[in-house]
Each structure stands twice: as structure tokens, then as C-alpha cells.
Design a protein around this ligand. Structure first.
Ligand SMILES: NC(=O)c1ccc[n+]([C@@H]2O[C@H](COP(=O)([O-])OP(=O)(O)OC[C@H]3O[C@@H](n4cnc5c(N)ncnc54)[C@H](O)[C@@H]3O)[C@@H](O)[C@H]2O)c1
Length: 343
């Protein structure tokens, strides 16, 4: 199939393109290339360099399915420019769905987030284990990012009918190596901090829970949805995770992997951050419906990343940290083109 992958040059998107090609599909990447084209340079893929907010029907010429990953992808970038976040993550998704329906494109996957399960009350009780959330759990999301994802989900599901069979993946926090690396995701951050500072900070003691998933497994579920019977998955939401972990546990796994190589990593307690997220999710529905079993554990992924990462001095480059990079882009271009030209 010819598959339009929005955000295809991003952390998950670049890995997803690999998986699509390996499965015999043809990805077409739609991206405004915030992080450039390098993540795709090892692949032969068609690209459409544009902003999702443009919403053009011709993007869908010759397209059989859409995988929608593009947009601002974490809390700090969403809070940095809440207006742009809303336009990109909420409104642009609604418009893309309308275009797909007009063109009769039935298969559509959406990269949503498990952070929708996070609530004020679970965050206030970081020392208590939060309840396990499944796809029927009532949501009370908070923060610009989660609110925009919740709006997008609602718009997608409202459009589902016999002509449009979307699948929503509530992805846990992703870890693992990608040609477009991010070091602002918890496991990846710990590895970077271990390499650069030999020290890992446990905010609020690191007792908070989070579902996690390897970037390859995350890509795999989108590809599985291309091939699964539509009557099984159309209009459905699935949690995507390998396992739920406490942040403290992840720090110990990273420190242990370094200890095996004779590097001593210190674990240090630090103050709670402003936005504390604390939630657990169940992957039972995905496993039952699509037969998904995760193939890469956190531990395996940590070992793999340690072997692959760039040298320590390169790790501090702002391009690996979404909000730091966005801030720089704005400084470089903002004065001539206006803030929204960057976002
Ligand atoms: N990485 C995670 O842990 C995680 C967890 C849950 C959900 N998600 C979701 O998965 C998706 C992919 O995440 P990622 O980690 O690969 O993020 P990323 O930031 O690495 O990639 C996002 C891509 O989208 C592109 N993009 C952003 N705004 C755009 C716009 N307006 N028009 C066109 N292109 C645009 C960027 O250039 C980038 O290539 C996102 O929707 C994110 O919200 C990610």
C-alpha cells in the first residue's frame, strides 16, 4: 500500500518508515522537517515538505492509507506555544480526517498518547500506585498537549463509519534508538545523563508510574493495523505498551547496565517538576485483538542504545531536545517570519 505518514521524519516516524518498507509498503512522508531530512537519508521515500495546517486534498493523491504522527509531540513544546499546538494537533487532525473521508481512504492510524489517562489526582499521589487504566477508563486530561490529543481522538471517532475505519493508538512513553534521536524521553534521557554526567535525577524520588514501549514495537502496531481486518479494529482505541514502570525502576535499570561496564552512576533525589504525570495502562485489548506482544524490553533497548549512541559531547546538542530546538528555531527565524511561521 502507498501510505501517507505524517511526521514521518520524526523519532517514531523514521522507524515506522523502515518497518513499512520491510513489510512491502511504500511510505510517503508528509513533514515540515523540524529536525531536517537526515533521519530519512538511508531510505528512498517520497516526501511532501509542508505544514499539516495547510490541509490540501492533493496530499492524498494515490494514497491508500494514512498514519498520522505529525504535530507537537510533548508537554513542553505544547505549553511553549499553546495556540500553534491546538492548530497542529487538534484542528489539523480534524481537517485531515475530513479530507480522508472525502477521498474514501478507510485506513487511518493515529499516534495518540497514554498521557490522556493522567489526572490531577493521580499526580498528587505520586507515592500511591495509580489504578490500571484501560481504553474504557473515563478521561480527565490536563495540559495543552493531552487536551489537544483528546480533541483529535474525539474528532476521529466521530467521523468513523462504514467508509472510514480509524484506529487510535494511545502510545506509552517511547524508548529506543531511532535515526531521529530524542533525549527528552525518560529512558533515553537517563542514558544521556549517565553518559554525560554519571548522575541520574529522581524527581520526587521517581515513584511515578508510566507505561513504556520500544520505538520498534510502537512502529509495528501501526503496520499491524494496516493488515488487520477492518471490522476488528475500525473505530477502536488501543493502549500500546511493553510494561508499566516506576521512573525510579528505569533509573536503576540504566545505572545497572552502566555498572556492568564498570561505570558507576549516582542516583540523586530531586524536587518534583511542575507537571507530574503518574498513570498505568493495560495492554490487554491490543494483545487480545491484534495478537500484539512486545518484542523489545526496556533492558534490551538500553543495552542497544548504549552501543549506538553518538559520543558524549554530541549528546548535549539542542536538536535532541524538542523544546530547546524549537526555541532556537524561533530565535533564528522568528524575527523575520513571525512566531507562527516557525510553529
Ligand atoms: N515519543 C513518544 O514517547 C510518544 C508517546 C505518545 C505519543 N506520541 C505521539 O507520536 C507522534 C510522533 O512522536 P515522535 O516522538 O516521533 O515526535 P517527533 O517530535 O520526533 O516527530 C514529530 C514529527 O512531526 C513533524 N511535525 C510537527 N508539526 C508539524 C506540522 N505542523 N506539519 C508537518 N509536520 C509536523 C516534525 O517535523 C517531526 O518530524 C506524535 O504525534 C506524538 O504526540 C509520542
Amino acid at each position: 500500500m502507498r501510505v501517507l505518514v505524517t511526521g514521518g521524519a520524526g523519532y517514531i516516524g523514521a522507524v515506522l518508515c523502515d518497518h513499512l518498507i520491510a513489510a512491502g509498503h511504500q511510505p510517503v512522508v508528509l513533514d515540515r522537517f523540524f529536525w531536517g531530512r537526515k533521519p530519512l537519508e538511508h531510505l528512498q521515500v517520497e516526501t511532501i515538505a509542508t505544514d499539516l495546517r495547510e490541509a490540501r486534498e492533493e496530499w492524498l493523491d494515490g494514497i491508500d492509507a494514512v498514519m498520522h504522527l505529525g504535530g507537537l509531540s510533548n508537554d513542553p513544546t505544547a505549553e511553549y506555544n499553546t495556540g500553534a499546538n491546538w492548530q497542529m494537533n487538534a484542528i489539523a487532525t480534524e481537517r485531515l480526517v475530513a479530507l480522508c473521508k472525502r477521498r474514501g481512504i478507510k485506513r487511518f492510524t493515529f499516534a495518540s498518547s497514554a498521557s490522556l489517562y493522567d489526572t490531577e489526582s493521580s499526580a498528587n499521589e505520586v507515592e500511591r500506585t495509580p489504578a490500571m487504566c484501560d481504553e474504557t477508563t473515563a478521561l480527565a486530561p490536563r495540559g495543552a498537549y493531552s487536551l489537544s490529543k483528546a480533541y483529535a481522538e474525539t474528532a476521529i471517532l466521530a467521523a468513523a463509519d462504514e467508509t472510514f475505519a480509524p484506529v487510535i493508538f494511545r502510545q506509552g512513553t517511547v524508548y529506543g534508538w531511532s535515526p531521529r534521536m530524542r533525549f527528552d524521553l525518560v529512558v533515553n534521557t537517563f542514558i544521556k545523563d549517565a553518559m554525560l554526567n554519571r548522575r541520574l535525577l529522581l524527581h520526587g524520588g521517581g515513584w511515578m508510574w508510566r507505561p513504556l514501549v520500544d520505538v520498534n514495537d510502537c512502529a509495528r502496531v501501526h503496520v499491524m493495523a494496516l493488515e488487520a481486518p477492518l471490522e476488528k479494529i475500525g473505530g477502536q482505541i488501543f493502549n500500546v505498551l511493553e510494561e508499566n514502570y516506576q521512573i525510579r525502576q528505569l533509573a536503576m535499570l540504566v545505572a545497572g547496565s552502566f555498572a556492568i561496564q564498570d561505570a558507576r552512576i549516582e542516583l540523586v533525589e530531586a524536587a518534583l517538576p511542575k507537571l507530574v504525570r503518574n498513570y498505568r495502562t493495560s495492554g490487554a485489548k491490543l494483545s487480545k485483538t491484534l495478537g500484539f506482544t512486545p518484542s523489545v524490553t526496556v533492558l534490551e533497548s538500553i543495552e542497544n542504545m548504549i552501543g549506538k549512541l553518538p559520543p558524549a559531547e554530541e549528546l548535549a546538542h539542542p536538536r535532541y531536545y524538542n523544546v530547546r530546538w524549537m526555541t532556537l528555531l524561533e530565535e533564528v527565524h522568528g524575527s523575520q517570519r513571525g512566531f507562527d511561521a516557525i510553529y
